[in-house]
Write a new protein. Structure first.
Lengths: 463, 506
């Protein structure tokens, strides 16, 4: 069965009041290496079919959501019936909403196209370059560790209300960690890519060599508050956490950092004094993502299966320094008299007229720290969205406009919401790969930020 | 036949064509001249339920079915996975695995060899549980969670209740060219309820979650076996109300009595991950990280106080990592990791066991799905109690200025497993050997060897609880594993306590 046939057959088999079918054809190739040699690799193919049966009852509308892989023509009916059974068993869904119609605006584009597929051949040019980087690293007494991955997902979404939507999403990344042979010095570079054509292994290796050279001098510094330059990658991991914590429902209920004392949310409240914005836009060049919502499960007031096919447009979450919008399902929007604002699979933070590169910001620094990335970020206190985490793979001391050495790592405690109010300088936004969350969130563009008093709470002995 | 349960493997799984598909794949791999080939055929069923204020927020059933072929070809790994369950497709996937090895050879400089393991010709394992959760109607499960949520919502001061139930039925078939064939079935559950109190005027809010650990049990866990839900749900509103009114902690050094409901996670992060040999050897350096417990320190590193004894096992009943044979056909075992405070063992797979001359693998290879390659994953890593050790009350009785910590919440540790910071569900002030009410805004922070070095006493066998996690992440592509950690209550002297409100600069 083609994915289109699967969708049509499942919809034809459905006896539910309404039905949504999503097929996800996924292919992946990856290479992983450590200590200048390959460790694991793989080429994987999977196919998942999700059937969402919607059933009206006396006390409300229910959804039965079942996802299976390896579904064949023989087993499709069993999947559809299981979904109907689940809807009957589950009872009314809190996030129920009418299903979308073709007239609701999501574009039908290339429904008949076959799924795209990647393979290990995507690395045919990259692997020899990587082999050369290993040879160079051996000669120069460096160790390389890392991962390269290319994923193609073709999704087909059909509904009994007439939706027929298709989208193919390429998602690729390369991460390289360089270390000195004694593991005492460590550096990292990473980039997201749609096809590996824009990956320059030699250039990435050159950046690692430069950073390891910066670390030739090591400086021990105590815990404390430091003037700190956060590069785009570090900003991306903090802002993704903020984005994921920006649900309207929980804020309306008084239990997030975006709740207003006395009731309501902080929408409209200034977070930053600068005209900085945080937005998502499925059409952003280089960060293109699905222009309609696909949800194979409802999740925590942030995502609803009833919103499948919702057209996604540019959304400002923070506009000119003010909180502008929170993530909202259609059901919660209907309950609260607000507009829906579904999650979108990319995130951009930017300020008009911000042109400084990280290098420019370093050149303007009297004494401060330049970070590489952040790691093991977890929420400590939801009231302030206080997060904790570590610096990783390079904390550099900047003195009189130049990097003069590498500093020990720190555990930091900071809230990204609070940081917006303490930005001393915003740089030029550039595409970047979040270090910690890139398995879940690959498409970000962020500026470097200067914070005058970043809270380095304790010292970590990790190198 | 081995195993902890009288139950049989699901006939629907056995009716799938795993043996025919395996034979085709392994034969093709053999004909292509591989040194090793293994075949894994898996079906993983999941059901996730979540309720918001007693109403169904999300329900999703998943079934991941597929197979994978892993080869060593001319000394290089090759791995491929497919979803079409036919001998023809299996032949193609075997060929792809060899092709992946070919493409990878230019970047491989360490020939792959595997530790020897006896052959297990056709063996079966079923984990220890009574009721398959997938045999229980969803309406029963939603009904139970709704009733529990409503109990909490009816209490004074409870404004919101979140309830979740994750259920897994894992079936694995494994076969390799040496002749081992295993068929296994495991069940696990993670139920949790969390109550939230909101002071609308001040904007303050707090939560209180159940401490019931995730377990390798069936649906009986929700109906009275292994946990007293009625008792815990009855107490949560008063605990939450007390926490809302509790004073904010003064930061500084305190003696900590850490309950097993919190200590399991500190063990997981600072011992479990630190003694994974792949981390110590650098294979996870770019992602999960390395370990301060490097291989040269085996048998020498003072990990903690002499009362510290830690074991690894994949055999304890109801353990989340417990299984009969691992994903490389190695029969599971139990062994020492820390003895009398000294590092004496690591968690291994067959490749690392051979590389380091450690003899047999101790059976820690695991892949979380048919599409992922097995990597070394965590055994049940557990802190052993003192045979005549004290009770919780006796430990608290010996503390003049301290804090008693219950339940896990926030956790973070660095990439070499030195510096950690944890919060919890409840923190009680200890003054002169007695509990003196809850505290708010508490986090404890330490360096691993300092913390375990400060362990002054471990509790007796009666205090041991098997805690654990469903969501341990490792590897690239990312994989999730479930693991249990048993531990007694324990006393730590002079631990650094942070105030999380002050940390936020308020």
């Amino acid at each position: 069965m083609t994915p289109q046939e699967t969708v049509e057959r499942a919809l034809a088999l459905s006896k539910a009041d309404r039905c949504v079918v999503i097929t996800n054809e996924r292919s992946e190739a990856n290479l992983r290496w450590a200590g200048n040699t390959l460790t694991t690799n793989g080429q994987m193919r999977s196919r998942q079919v999700t059937v969402i049966s919607v059933v009206d009852g006396a006390s409300g509308t229910a959804a039965g959501v079942i996802a299976r892989s390896a579904v064949t023509a023989d087993t499709l009916e069993d999947l559809v019936r299981a979904s109907e059974q689940a809807a009957g068993d589950a009872g009314p869904a809190d996030d129920a909403a009418p299903l979308l119609e073709p007239t609701d605006g999501a574009a039908v584009d290339g429904w008949d196209a076959e799924p795209d597929e990647t393979s290990i051949a995507v690395f045919a040019g990259f692997a020899p370059d990587l082999g050369e980087a290993f040879a160079r690293s051996r000669a120069e007494r460096r160790l390389l560790f890392g991962f390269a991955e290319h994923v193609l997902e073709s999704r087909y979404l059909g509904s009994s209300t007439g939706l027929r939507l298709r989208h193919t999403q390429p998602t690729g990344k390369i991460e390289v960690n360089g270390k000195s042979e004694d593991y005492a010095r460590s550096a990292w570079v990473g980039q997201s890519t749609r096809d590996f054509a824009d990956v320059d292994v030699a250039a990435l290796d050159g950046q690692l060599a430069q950073r390891l050279a910066w670390a030739a001098r090591s400086v021990e510094l105590p815990a404390g508050r430091y003037e700190t330059i956060l590069p785009p990658t570090a900003v991306a991991d903090l802002m993704f956490y903020l984005y994921f914590s920006a649900g309207a429902r929980d804020a309306d209920e008084g239990r997030t950092v975006f709740s207003k004392p006395g009731g309501g949310t902080r929408i409209g409240e200034p977070l930053a004094s600068q005209p900085i914005s945080m937005r998502s836009d499925p059409t952003r060049p280089g960060l293109e993502c699905e222009p309609f919502l696909t949800a194979t499960a409802s999740y925590g007031g942030l995502v609803s299966v009833f919103d499948n096919g919702y057209p996604l447009g540019a959304t400002d979450w923070i506009r000119d320094g003010k909180l502008a919008e929170l993530i909202r399902t259609r059901a919660w929007a209907a309950k609260t008299g607000a507009q829906p604002a579904p999650m979108i699979d990319n995130l951009i933070v930017e300020a008009p007229d911000a042109t400084a590169s990280v290098e420019d910001m370093v050149a303007r620094t009297g004494r401060g720290l330049l970070l590489t990335c952040l790691w093991y970020i977890r929420e400590v206190d939801p009231q302030t969205l206080l997060l904790t985490g570590l610096t990783r793979d390079g904390v550099y001391l900047v003195e009189d406009g130049e990097v003069t050495g590498a500093v020990n790592n720190f555990r930091w405690n900071e809230s990204p919401v609070d940081l917006y109010g303490r930005i001393a300088e915003i740089g030029r936004t550039q595409r970047c790969l979040p270090r910690e969350w890139n398995d879940y969130f690959n498409r970000t563009a962020m500026p470097p930020l200067r914070i005058s008093d970043f809270n380095m709470s304790t010292i970590s002995q990790a190198s | 036949m081995a195993g902890g349960s009288a139950r049989d493997v699901d006939p629907a799984f056995l009716a799938l064509p795993q043996r025919r598909v395996a034979d085709a794949a392994l034969e093709r791999a053999r004909s292509l001249g591989v040194q090793h080939a293994d075949f894994r055929f898996e079906r993983n069923r999941t059901q996730d339920l979540s309720l918001h204020d007693g109403k169904l927020d999300s329900s999703r059933d998943g079934e991941d079915l597929g197979f994978a072929v892993r080869v060593v070809h001319e000394g290089t790994w090759g791995f491929a996975a497919g979803v079409d369950l036919t001998p023809e497709a299996a032949v193609r996937v075997a060929e792809q695995a060899v092709e992946v090895a070919r493409v990878s050879r230019p970047v491989n400089s360490e020939p792959i060899e595997l530790a020897d393991e006896p052959v297990y010709p056709d063996v079966t394992y079923v984990s220890s549980y009574e009721v398959d959760p997938f045999s229980v109607p969803e309406s029963d499960k939603v009904g139970r969670l709704t009733e529990w949520s409503e109990r909490l919502l009816a209490a004074d001061g409870v404004d919101h209740v979140d309830a979740t139930l994750e259920q897994v039925l894992e079936n694995k078939f494994y076969a390799d060219l040496a002749g081992t064939v295993t068929t296994q079935q495991r069940v696990r559950l993670l139920p949790a309820l969390s109550a939230t109190s909101v002071d609308r005027t001040s904007g303050a809010f707090e939560t209180m979650r159940t401490l019931a650990p995730p377990v390798g049990r069936g649906y009986e866990y929700l109906t009275g076996t292994g946990w007293d839900w009625d008792e815990e749900l009855a107490r949560i509103p008063e605990w939450l109300a007390e926490k809302m009114k509790a004073p904010s902690v003064d930061p500084g050094r305190y003696d900590l009595v850490v309950d097993p409901s919190n200590l399991w996670l500190t063990i997981h992060e600072s011992i479990g991950h630190a003694t994974e040999l792949d981390r110590a050897l650098g294979y996870e350096a770019a992602y999960a990280g390395t370990s301060f417990a490097t291989f040269d320190k085996l048998g020498k590193l003072g990990y903690g106080a002499r009362v510290m004894n830690v074991t690894g096992d994949r055999t304890v009943e109801h353990g989340l990592s417990t299984v009969g044979w691992d994903d490389e056909g190695v029969q599971t075992q139990a062994w020492d990791i820390v003895r009398d405070g000294v590092l004496v063992g690591y968690q291994l797979d067959r490749r690392m066991a051979r590389l380091k001359g450690l003899g047999r693998s101790n059976g820690c290879a695991y892949a979380d799905s048919p599409g992922h390659i097995p990597v070394q994953r965590m055994a049940n890593v557990s802190l052993q109690p003192a045979p005549d050790g004290p009770s919780v009350e006796e430990l608290i009785g010996g503390v003049s200025n301290g804090i008693y910590v219950l339940g896990d919440k926030s956790w973070s540790i660095d990439m070499q497993r030195y510096n950690f910071q944890f919060t919890g569900q409840r923190f009680y002030r200890i003054r002169d050997g007695r509990l003196a009410g809850q505290l708010r805004d508490v986090a404890y922070q330490a360096t691993t060897t300092d913390f375990w070095g400060s362990m002054a006493a471990v509790g007796g066998p009666g205090t041991v609880v098997l805690g654990g996690a469903f969501n341990c992440g490792k590897g690239q592509p990312g994989q999730i594993a479930a693991v249990s950690h048993g531990c007694p209550v324990a006393l730590f002297r002079g631990v650094n306590i942070l105030n999380t409100v002050r940390e936020a600069g308020r």
